[in-house]
Write a protein that binds this ligand. Structure first.
Ligand code: USQ
Length: 388
């Protein structure tokens, strides 16, 4: 297959480029390097220093014997995106080129607007480009489990659900209730894609993925091939953050009561899942929604796990619940249907506990680098403050 990855410089984009290239697919990466700059904007950086894209593509060529084409380009620029798609005429396009942090979207009005403009525009540009070049191109779009929120009913893998109102029945898009501007931007993306599927018969996989954790995927065989790893209060996600807190001797920080429950997946298993979805596209003209999670835990359970694993590695670890900066349920029902990936052969290889050990071991050599960022760990971005 020939695959374009939009957002190829990111936490998932880079290892996916390596995975697909290693499997013999032709890979074309596109990224405007926004995340690198936006992480520095909040005073932080990746735990592992990142070579420039061109340097790590050269390292991939040397160490893995793969060729990746790369463009520094902004997907908000329709003409540029269109030119790349027209030039390469891919079989599939992976869309990761979105602002992916919930706290970043909640900083103030500018960050809220940036999130909406970037995320919605990029998807609309992609839709229009595909219509012009070839409407049979498969779009693999990264959505999020957070589009659904934490409802008191099961989260199905279904674009539609049947409802009865005043005795009359009809199908409506599966209900969504997000909990940040970022997560809402993904909801609107999903509805936009559903509509594009109806109007132009586009072939779409919309992935509802839970928080991803980990430092390793099969192709990351050398420091030069590492993917970025964020841990600050804006860009870090919970498991990765706890591991950095553990290495730095800081208390682990479940927000509020800590009963917030999510479906998690390791970096390696996310790569396996994404590859399967690309290699087994939906039928032409189908909109397929996939729940991409493996294990379900509360953030308090994860803190206990990190404490146990970290202490077995000789670290001293405390858990200190902090005031929840977010507006979210801290105790709730959570049950997610996951049928599609197993039906395609998905067999998760990693359990969170063993990956926590790997993450901590990978981070320990970078402890002195991490010490420089201690001040960006505790949550400062408060949902309720809403600065303008
Ligand atoms: N949390 C803590 N302590 C921390 C950090 C987070 O208790 O130190 C809690 C949050 O309050 C939240 C949960 O952990 O209840 C998850 O937060 P997160 O920061 O790990 O992840 P989230 O903001 O939801 O976003 C991340 C990615 C996003 C992706 C999403 C999947 O940044 O791109 O879409 O995970 S999901 O969570 O399923 O929506």
């Amino acid at each position: 297959m020939r695959v374009i990855i939009l957002g190829a410089d990111g936490y998932l984009g880079w290892p996916l480029a390596l995975r697909l290239a290693k499997r013999g697919h032709e890979v074309i990466g596109v990224d405007n390097l926004y995340t690198r700059n936006a992480v520095r904007e909040v005073g932080s950086d990746s735990a592992f220093p990142l070579p420039d894209p061109e340097e790590r593509i050269a390292a991939a060529r040397k160490l893995l014997d793969v060729n990746i084409t790369f463009y520094r380009a902004d997907v908000k620029d329709f003409d540029k995106l269109h030119e790349i798609i027209q030039r390469h005429k891919p079989d599939a396009i992976v869309h990761f080129a979105e602002q992916r942090s919930a706290p970043y979207s909640m900083i103030d009005v500018n960050h809220a607007n940036y999130t909406f403009i970037n995320n919605i525009t990029s998807t609309i540009n992609l839709i229009y480009s595909i219509i012009k070049v070839d409407p049979t191109i498969h779009i693999l779009k990264m959505g999020t489990m957070g589009e659904y929120g934490t409802p008191n009913y099961d989260i199905l893998e279904a674009p539609f659900v049947e409802v009865e109102i005043n005795g009359k029945r009809d199908k409506i898009p599966f209900p969504k209730w997000a909990s940040s501007w970022y997560h809402w931007s993904k909801v609107y993306d999903s509805y936009n894609l559903l509509w594009a599927n109806k109007v132009w018969n586009l072939t779409i996989t919309d992935i509802m993925q839970g928080p991803v954790y980990g430092t390793r995927s099969e192709e990351i065989i050398d420091e030069k091939l590492r993917t970025r790893f964020d841990f600050d209060e804006v860009w870090g996600t919970v498991v990765n953050r706890y591991c950095v807190e553990a290495v730095l001797g800081l208390p682990l920080t479940p927000y509020g009561k800590g009963g917030q429950t999510r479906g998690f997946i390791s970096l390696e298993d996310s790569m396996q899942a994404l590859t399967l979805l690309l290699e087994h596209p939906p039928n032409q003209g189908e909109y397929r929604v996939v729940n991409q999670i493996h294990e379900v835990y509360s953030v308090a359970q994860i803190a206990s796990m990190v404490k146990e694993v970290g202490e077995s590695l000789g670290l001293k670890i405390d858990i200190q619940h902090v005031n929840n900066p977010r507006v979210e349920k801290e105790e709730h029902y959570y049950n997610v249907e996951t049928k599609i990936l197993p039906s395609l052969g998905f067999r998760p290889k990693k359990r969170m506990k063993e990956e926590i050990r790997n993450i901590i071991q990978d981070l320990i050599p970078y402890k002195s680098r991490l010490e420089n960022f201690k001040h960006v760990i505790l949550p400062k971005t408060d949902w309720r403050k809403g600065r303008s």
